[in-house]
Design a binder for this molecule. Sequence first.
Ligand SMILES: N[C@@H](Cc1ccccc1)C(=O)O
Length: 500
Amino acid sequence: MELPHAQAAVLRAASAEDATPIDELAAETDLPPETVTGAAFELEERGLVVVLSREEESTTLTEEGDEYADRGLPEVRLYEAARGLDADPVPMGEAIGRAGLEGPEVDIALSNYARKGYGKIDSGTVTTDPDAVPDTDSEAMALDAITAGEAAPSDEVLDRLERRGLIERSERTERTVTLSDDGVTALMEGVESRETVGQLTPELLASGEWRDVEFGAYNVEADAERVDGGRLHVLRETGERVKDVLVGMGFEEMDGPHADADFWINDCLFMPQDHPARTHWDRFALEEPSEIDDLPEGLVSRVERAHREGVGPDGDGYHSPWDEGFARALALRGHTTSLTTRYLSGTEIGEIDPPARFFSVEKAYRNDTLDATHLLEFFQIEGWVMADSLSVRDLMGTFEEFYAQFGITDIEFKPHYNPYTEPSFELFGTHPTTGELIEIGNSGLFREEMLEPLGVECDVMAWGLALERLAMLTTGAEDIRDLHGTLADLDFLRNAEVSY
Ligand SMILES: N[C@@H](Cc1ccccc1)C(=O)O
């Protein structure tokens, strides 16, 4: 039988008794592993070998892990150094010096010391717990086992080492090749190798040689090196997708300033000036410039009147002070509803007649406490629909249609309160992995006290949805900080898929 060179070599190197790993065949045939894999699959297609694939998890030490495997974990070294000194408690500086800890190792030692029960660190001194046994430190033992290529330690220890950046775990496909009966027969009858050409070159073309050579087939299943090229950030990708969906639903995009007057951010929304969200605690005020130059005069007095007296014959205002200076103050917008008030007032693109639909996917800024579901700046999916007659059913139907585009069909609504909408609803979605209900948005029908001063005479339903929360539902991220910011998980960002 005549076979291309690589296939003939692999066939000769394979055995009928043992399953030989690709790496071994590569070493034996002096061919690159990708070529061996390709040849093995082609031989399997001819029925001459059997290729078995198995997923293997491999663990390797990082540079830092390697160093600790060699010199000991910083916290263990600190414990041993402190034990060796004749005092208890030991002055910290002395223990650190004796342990030979330098630079970042000092913090690493201190932060793991108490966690592992080696003793206490208190006002510049170190105490040692006489019962601690650093010789059996599970992390140190795991580092040793990995170095020696011994059986994998428990997942829990591996997780901790991975979080400390001491190991890297990766999955690879391990393939083995075994001769089939037909393969053995072919070898006994004799196999000759024939050269094949892997790549068409300008020389082959120019010389006309391409007419006579035999080209090797492409193997699209061969293992290839993984290359992490650049890609759009999941949030950006989700945002782009949201825009496409909304444009598809007939919405037009709004645009406007990130730093804006409180007038547009709050006063036009019938937010009383003494509302708790308007204190300096919650907003990022601008120092320079601190005030907007121009506000539309007529609108300012209509808004002031609504705040003081309410709207309509039975209207009632807030009976609280209203000050134009307060309305002029500039801040980073705490919600993108400032774009909605600008557009509804007619100052951006002129009067808007019903029916109309507008949206934005833009940043908002709040002085919140950072946690798994809150960031200081985040993207809001703002939107509103203006029509002659709208009901809560229209609002719910719009959300159902919107979220269904992302595969989310189980949103829940909860009655809520906003000074500018009546009725108001909060939206919740179920997290795909934790099963927890998370808040994904806020919505309602704008009330008269807001619409009348803006000169809007028909119904408007509106909402602000959190883009990050939508991304958490579609990607399964459990912590918003995995998506965005200094703690973002690169692996997650490389692999996350935006599902819809
Ligand atoms: N501005 C609200 C969202 C919202 C917009 C419009 C109407 C109702 C609610 C928020 O940030 O939570």
